[in-house]
Structure formats: structure tokens, C-alpha cells
Design a binder for this molecule. Structure first.
Ligand code: SIN
Ligand code: MN
Length: 266
């Protein structure tokens, strides 16, 4: 799996790239089923909305075999290594639920702002990956991106601890308006198994999900090993401190897992 020149150009200019249908329905089906089981468990890594619905499950690659395989998958690792030109480690791993009828908003923000302020990450050389576990439509809480906003660097942000159950460094409306006037807005949608890559400084957010359609997305942050964090303030399961380079698994590892899982369920 190697990005072509047009894909590299799109990422470098616009700050995002969608790879539709990168994982098969069989691969993504088993991940979706496992995610629903994970959300049923009470543990500190699982955050809930104010309503009680699941919001996000952190660090599932460390306690679930299927998500462990996904975190080492060559179809995800290789393109990011290609763009950064070096080995990667996992900075953060979450499965965001955006539950049907009750998934809450993610306000407008940049991720690198948080990695810099809270984790001491030196440079925005960490890639955001979103792997769709459900089909993402424009209306079930899709992620919205402001193309080219990554070129404005780290923007001033306020720490919003009130809007949702999850504290977040968020941008004010004037900043979002200014960036929108320059770059517009895109809403990458696609089937379960599609993968989105976006720059750590790209401004993004998502609306609530009042539809009867769940919108689970795995968000992984792959950091260049030389850019490892220097001043962690958050728990290890939110901002990992194991900087060991990821060795990719076999391309068929998730398919093999899905077949074993199916046999076990029969
Ligand atoms: C995020 O930006 O970290 C999550 C956004 C979402 O799940 O819609
Ligand atoms: Mn984000």
C-alpha cells in the first residue's frame, strides 16, 4: 500500500486524504462487533456522554486483540510512514461512538494544540487516522474539516469543560469563520472500512447524531518516533509513553482474526 503522487499532493496541500473501502466488510464487521462489546464494560478508559451513552473508548489496542491488530495494520501504517519518512509509535487510540440518537458534538478544534499543550509534543508530526466502523453519512455526525487550515499553525484556544462530558481545547467562532472563508468545508463520507488521514493542525469538528444510525469511528494518532512527547500530563492510556516503533502485522491478520471469531461464535 503506497500513496500515489496525486494523493501525496492532496494531503500536503489540503491537509486530508480519504482512502475509500480500505478495509473489507469482514474486517470492519468484526471490529464493529467488538467495539459494541467494549462499550458495555465499565472501566476508566471508557467515557460516556452526559446522557450515559458511550462517547469514546481509549487504548482498546492494549486490551482487545482485534483492535491490537488494527493498530499495527500495514494498510494504515505504510502510508503514514511514507509521508513522515520514519517509523511510528501509537500516541493515542480511541473508538468514538457517536451513538445513534444521542451522540454529542465535538466542537471545532485542532488536535496538535492539545498534544503540544498537554503532552509536550515537539512538532505536528503526528498523523490523525479515522477508520470508519459504520457507514458515515453527512447526517449521522460526520467529521467536518476545514481544508488547508493546517497551514495556520497552532491557533489560540479556550479549554471548554462544560459543553460535553469531555474537556476540549476549542476555537472561537471568529477563528472558524476566518478559516472557513479561506478554505471552505468538507465532509468526508463513505462506507465502513474507509480510512481518512488528516494533519494534526487541521481544524475539525462534528455535530450531534440524532439519527437512528450509529457512527463509530476509530481515531488513532501515529506519531513519528523522533517526535515523541516530552512532558506528559495525561494518563498513559490517553497519551501513551511507549515509544517503541510499530512493526506492521501481516496484511491478512484481521481477516484471519475475523474467521477465528466467527468459528468461536458458532
Ligand atoms: C475528534 O476530533 O477527536 C473526534 C471527532 C468525532 O468523533 O467526530
Ligand atoms: Mn480531534
Amino acid at each position: 500500500m503506497k500513496l500515489n503522487d496525486a494523493q501525496v499532493k492532496q494531503f500536503n496541500e489540503d491537509g486530508w486524504l480519504l482512502l475509500p473501502d480500505l478495509f473489507t466488510p469482514e474486517e470492519v464487521g468484526v471490529l464493529s462487533a467488538e467495539a459494541e462489546e467494549i462499550y458495555k464494560v465499565e472501566r476508566p478508559e471508557i467515557w460516556r456522554e452526559k446522557s450515559g451513552a458511550p462517547r469514546t473508548a481509549f487504548a482498546a489496542h492494549l486490551y482487545n486483540e482485534a483492535f491490537g491488530i488494527l493498530g499495527r495494520h500495514p494498510r494504515m501504517i505504510n502510508p503514514v510512514e511514507q509521508l513522515f519518512g520514519e517509523k511510528l509509535y501509537m500516541h493515542q487510540y480511541k473508538i468514538n461512538a457517536k451513538a445513534k440518537f444521542s451522540g454529542d458534538v465535538w466542537q471545532w478544534h485542532q488536535d496538535y494544540g492539545t498534544w503540544k499543550r498537554d503532552d509536550g509534543m515537539p512538532e505536528p508530526r503526528a498523523m490523525n487516522i479515522a477508520i470508519f466502523l459504520d457507514e458515515v453519512f453527512p447526517y449521522n455526525g460526520a467529521l467536518m474539516l476545514i481544508p488547508r487550515s493546517q497551514t495556520d499553525g497552532v491557533l489560540a484556544a479556550g479549554h471548554d469543560k462544560a459543553t460535553t462530558s469531555y474537556p476540549l481545547w476549542t476555537l472561537d467562532n471568529d477563528t472558524v469563520q476566518r478559516l472557513y472563508d479561506k478554505g471552505g468545508l468538507v465532509v468526508p463520507t463513505g462506507k465502513a472500512g474507509s480510512m481518512l488521514m488528516f494533519h494534526g493542525n487541521l481544524v475539525h469538528g462534528s455535530a450531534g447524531n440524532i439519527t437512528p444510525l450509529p457512527r463509530k469511528i476509530v481515531y488513532l494518532t501515529l506519531n513519528a518516533v523522533s517526535n515523541h512527547i516530552k512532558k506528559p500530563t495525561r494518563p498513559e492510556w490517553i497519551a501513551h509513553q511507549d515509544f517503541t516503533p510499530i512493526e506492521p502485522c501481516a496484511d491478512n491478520a484481521l481477516t484471519e482474526y475475523a474467521r477465528r471469531y466467527k468459528i468461536a461464535a458458532e
